[in-house]
Design a binder for this molecule. Structure first.
Ligand code: FES
Ligand SMILES: [Fe+2]
Length: 302
């Protein structure tokens, strides 16, 4: 965990559109550590570890909201949006006794803030101040695809979908580098031609296999020589609402692309949807470890 999540890696933590105004925040995760993604008063985005500078309590207990500042529930230390310590109850003690030492320096007791990178509406953070730049961490090819997806157009959050996956977290990060299963297993993708073996597709491992780019093209609902071999192709399957399986041309290249960015996220563009599948690792036991993904489908606005 120290190497992959808390080391020199860039982790997806949220979308710009989730924290629209100064004071808006969302709680997120990097590995097993909670972080709070906040829009500061000047509109910039800051990310703090959700750990009070006093005795380490979680100062934020809501997944989303809007605040002027953060007050830790334990001893009510108060922190500005940018993480600066700005209030300590009973700082001078009571009845002339106790309190903080006279040389107590509030500037040395702010929240632990992470390095942040914003790429066209997506927010990334790293615990390591010496991590390479986000672009370097991605590598040229992956970075181009991230910029294609997050090209600055406004995004609208449609909602959240959470799934518990009883497996090692690495199982999920490898899943989208495996197009083989998708073209055999997912009736939905196969039948409606969203992801199929008989279309022009590519799976490109990058940065030595750390990241992965999976490219395909929507072909619509049609049978071909390949579908006769695919048991899960269901020619009779229809939907009352075809909207989610009706591709819309959004990019000139006509591609649909899934990006696996190690270690924390799969960025999934399909038909007219965009989903961030964030991996949130849960505590492990001696015999198993569990992972959780959070998909956040968003709709692009023209
Ligand atoms: S632990 Fe947060 S104020 Fe004491
Ligand atoms: Fe799948």
């Amino acid at each position: 965990m120290d190497t992959f999540f808390y080391g020199p890696s860039w982790n997806y933590v949220g979308l710009d559109c989730e924290i629209p105004e100064p004071g808006s925040f969302k709680r997120s995760w990097i590995g097993e550590r909670q972080v709070v993604v906040v829009r500061d008063k000047d509109g910039s985005i800051v990310v703090h570890e959700n750990r009070c500078a006093h005795r380490g309590a979680r100062f934020c207990w809501n997944n989303k909201g809007k605040v002027d500042s953060f007050t830790c529930p334990y001893h009510q230390w108060n922190f500005a949006l940018n993480g600066k310590l700005q209030g300590v109850p009973l700082k001078r003690g009571a009845l002339g006794k106790g309190g903080m030492p006279s040389d107590f320096d509030a500037t040395q007791h702010g929240l632990k803030s992470l390095r942040v990178h914003v790429e066209g509406g997506s927010i990334w953070a790293t615990f390591d101040p010496n991590a390479p730049s986000f672009a370097e961490y991605c590598g040229t090819q992956m970075h181009e695809y991230v910029q294609r997806l997050f090209n600055g157009r406004p995004l609208k959050l449609l909602g959240y979908n959470r799934q518990f996956i009883p497996s090692n977290w690495k199982m999920y990060i490898e899943n989208l580098k495996d197009p083989y299963h998708a073209t055999l297993l997912h009736s939905f993708l196969i039948t409606f031609g969203l992801w199929r073996a008989d279309t022009q597709s590519e799976s490109i491992p990058t940065e030595g296999g750390k990241h992965g780019i999976m490219i395909s093209r929507n072909v619509g609902k049609k049978e071909s020589a390949a579908t006769s071999e695919i048991k899960r192709f269901k020619g009779k399957l229809e939907l009352l609402d075809m909207d989610s399986v009706t591709p819309r041309q959004e990019f000139d290249d006509g591609k649909v692309v899934g990006l696996t960015l190690f270690p924390s996220v799969v960025l999934h563009q399909q038909a007219n949807t965009l989903g961030m599948r964030q991996i949130i690792r849960r505590a492990s036991t001696a015999s198993s470890s569990r992972g959780r993904t959070t998909a956040m489908p968003t709709k692009t606005l023209k």
